[in-house]
Design a binder for this molecule. Sequence first.
Ligand code: PHE
Length: 455
Amino acid sequence: MASKRGSWKTRYGFYLLAIGSACGLGNLWRFPYVVGENGGGAFILLYGLLALAIGAPLLIAELMLGKGTRRSVIVATQQMSAKTGVNFRWVGRLAVMVSIVVLSYYSVISGWVLHFLTQFLVSLFSSPEQLTDKTNLAALMSNGWLQLMLASAHILITVVVVVKGVQQGLERWIGYTMPLFAVLVIILVMRSFSLPSTPEVLRFLFYPDFSKLSWDSINHALGHVFFTLSVGFGTMVTFGSYMREEDHVPTAGFRVTIVDTVISLVAVVMIFPVAFQASNVPLTDPALMFEVLPKYLLGIRGGTLFGLAFFACLYMAALNASIGLLEVVVSNWVDAKKEMERGKATWYSGAIALMLTVLPALSSSIFKDIRVGGRSLIENLDSLLINWLLPLVALGILIAFNRGVSDKEKELGFVDKDKFVSYSMYPHWMFVLKWAGPVVIIVGLLLQVIGVFVA
Ligand code: PHE
């Protein structure tokens, strides 16, 4: 059975997929405003700590679950249920449900990226003044149908790529555009560092003021760690199932975590000086990046071309992450229902995502008066998915892994006798799986519940 499953000829293929799925809008768009919302430095510290101490070990566990069972999360958790007699089926199903809802929501934001991409393209042939009006985010926000159209276009592109089975080729291609993206980002970081707001920004970002943390900060940090590392979706279970026998899972998991965390930090130092400069924009707003960056780019020499290249690369990253999300839904569907064809499953999943996307796409226009707790629909959806459901699913997968995979198997998968770090880290990893991980997730959820009542 296992031989029928695709696996890569080289290690490079795995890294392209795993890093491609991890690094996306979560790092560049979501992380900066979550940091803004939670008061800066202290939150970044908390986030970094949780990414390394909890995120990486759980990522390794998901990969190992996939590699061991050679199945996606639904069937893998079914196997854990059969082995232990405990019902873990809901975990796999919930993970896939979360994936498809996240895809519909992610598509709206990818649609915003598409919007700015096309605007920068158009502006190459028109005057910058015209562009200033069009790149105005408020115009996009009030136009729900445009957002819905862009999100639908994004879903369609994602479905076509997955149906045609060209993602391996495309991913490689996307992989090649990423060095260009890195160069663009480094240039932007250097430019934004030359702005007068930099000292103030550095104080905000790297001088921890713990009084700024609130009851729900742990879960905001933890939820974002899971979101950005693609943990709690079953994504990494699927990717693990494609790994080669000889690949060392902990090394892979650790590298993905490091790359992803570095990119998030770079995103923050790129956006914040510009955001502080344009002091009218609240740092806590999900629109932060889209509000300040296009305006800033338009003001500098060669900014239009730069903006075009930047948003093109950003779109590639968003597309790659979306392909990962859809791929997981499809691979689960095909694994769980043998008679289901891959192509059909992909179209059906796309259709479901398309239906679900209506709500977030129209959140800032037609549904703008529907507010819960003072926040818009899309913000509430984000919070429900990322701060509540993801930690819950991640906890479920963790418990299924703990119970269903014996300690001997864990040791075999983790310890490489030739690598000192691997056997010295093994007891720490086990400690996180059995104690620290579940305790931190449960405490985070409880504090968040308290936060709801205190607020
Ligand atoms: N990790 C991605 C990001 O940060 C989001 C994602 C989650 C993508 C799960 C695929 C699967 O943007």
